[in-house]
Design a protein around this ligand. Sequence first.
Ligand code: NYM
Length: 234
Amino acid sequence: MAGKRGALIVLEGVDRAGKTTQCKKLVQALQQNGRPAEMMRFPDRSTTIGQLISSYLEKKSDLEDHTVHLLFSANRWELVPLMKKKLEQGINLVVDRYAFSGVAFTSAKPGFCLDWCKNPDVGLPKPDLVMFLKLSPTEASLRGQFGEERYETSVFQRAVQQKFEHLMKDASVNWQFCSLGLPILPLTAFHWTWTPNDVIDASASIEDVHEDIATHSLNTVSTVENQPLGELWK
Ligand code: NYM
């Protein structure tokens, strides 16, 4: 590798957990620390595939469940060349949702198993850090605009959260273990069983959550800059 590469940092969580706000603040914090950073989000609604997805989410069109799952995945794959280019240029990417949302949302529907849902995303650029923002579905439903798009019901979000919990047990993914106010330790240092306290608590203040996320991210950026990018679920 010619120079230092950027880190691929993903924020995940149920709807309305504050991921977008935190992604924006993280990009600013990285830049202020002299680390080039850009934000991306999935779905990226600006592409042709993204427009199909957007119309589905806004309930303007219906799509068969397998079909829309594959479209969400295709929407990630179509951005992979750009992501790799930016990472190689040393730009850190802060990504609002990734394959974990893809798997959690589809597998929360009846008749879908986790393995089928993961398959289309196997081999995507592997995030160097995935942080999950925890928020109870009840609290999420009290936040703005809940209920306007497809999937935005407390019952469905509860099912999605359970699927995320399952995905977080996968030690091959760089989920970060942290609690506000406690020292930061890599998840791999533990034989870890997920409990609701082991993730970033999105009901804490925006600034506290930000501090936590920024600390994890800056550590990751320094750690991975000379390491090759991995492949997800491979
Ligand atoms: N979603 C998002 C999926 O169902 N599959 C995916 O692969 C991804 C990335 O789309 N309810 C769902 C989660 C959200 C919605 O909302 C996107 P937003 O506000 O654009 O993050």
